[in-house]
Design a protein around this ligand. Sequence first.
Ligand code: ZN
Length: 520
Amino acid sequence: MQKIFVIQSPTAMDKFLDLKQKLAIVHDLQMAAYVLSWDQETYMPPGGAEARAQQLGTLFSLAHEKFTTDEIGHLLDDVKEYEASLPYDSDDASLIRVARREYLKKTRVPSEFVARQTETQALSYNTWVKARPQSDFHAVLPWLEKILDLSREYSSFFPNGSANDVNSPHHIADALIDLGDPQMSAADIRRVFGELREQLRPIVRAITSQPPADDSCIRQFFPEAQQLKFALDVAQQLGYDLTRGRQDKTAHPFMTHFSIGDVRITTRVKEYDWSEAFFSTIHEAGHAMYGQGHARALERTMLAEGTSSGVHESQSRLWENLVARSKNFWEYFYPKLQAAFPSQFQNVSLDTFYRAVNKVEPSLIRTDADEVTYNLHVMMRFEFELQMLEGKLAIRDLPDAWDETITRDVGATPPNLSQGVMQDVHWYGGQIGGAFQGYTLGNILSAQFFDAALRAHPNIPEQIRRGEFSTLRGWLQQNIYAHGAKFLPNEIIQRATGEGLNIQPYIAYLHGKYGELYEL
Ligand code: ZN
């Protein structure tokens, strides 16, 4: 009998297990902090705020300290041989690779900088909260300049653009983009967004030159409890597992996860806008199914995460828009919706309802925008970020540039700055660069992944029409969910679709759907 085993020095394996255990402790600390912050957003009484901020600070800095030790650095060096003996896509090699990338990213940034940045972000955020209702840009201007300087300084710690030291030409925004969408370069995204903008503008113009759809049917009174029940029932039918999740209410909907077995969502209800709670529930459930779908072997490691902000957003958008705003979907669910809300919907046709949930109109607020105009809001912000970092757009000129661009691209002009340049928290409380691209990458990818799933299983639309989602979910599970954070976004796109980032499926989707709705 022949014995087969991979020859491995036991010390290398021991070192790996030691590394894995140390990383698991860091992971535990982070997940515990997530529980505290979930509680902060949902049930904590206001009196708990001060102590909670300290508790969160303690847990996050403990996790940071335990991760950035020299010991972890040495262990990452010691396991190189073990890593090289494994296939690239194995769980162990992936954990080492991702941990090393993260380690380089975290250890390159001096703790003095982190403290300075955190303090500035907090002060800037507080100024913005007070200044926004008054549209007082003068109050936030010096803070935004400080945030821009800090964003540039952060980038200077990565002279090669990302922690991976890829020796290709890079943009000052690359290191900032890398935080959410690892190794997706500013130059590539700018090119893709440029093409998308050119394709979108004529679609938006053609739609908005027609009378807007009548959405009065979804703007009647809908009791909160029934709204929540209907939305969560649908989310479960799509595949969100409530034995490993739950839903609560918050001011801003989000998904959070503490383990693969505990992935939670929140929603917000408007009693006179049925679409708010429903589509935010489906959106967050899309994120949550991704979180629940990571392979169990990845539990308690940093691989039990999504690949990137763009890929995560693709999973929420796929369910929210490509599935739950489709005609097939409502052919199945509309009679159920009518039964749940007979007085509101019994005299409303499926066609009227379908048009209402796919209404396109010029709007000012990104988070309220429909799926066609939404990307114009995002791409405008992304381009401003690049120009500010490049020194081509001064902060003081930002409000005018904003108004000009949104008027040209979306066809709406803000009456004040709180509905314009001061609407999003991202720059005022965070960084300039890397804050927005994930939203539009998510939309592009939602169609690209859906397209790939349809090529593998052409009967998916027919199944959706019968309220069956297991084939689609199974494809996503196998090609995206299961891998967690093992691969870079460009790797997962290539593996799942057989090609790189491509806007064509998204453009074809919009042309198909809105061409029919608006007879373009
Ligand atoms: Zn999302």
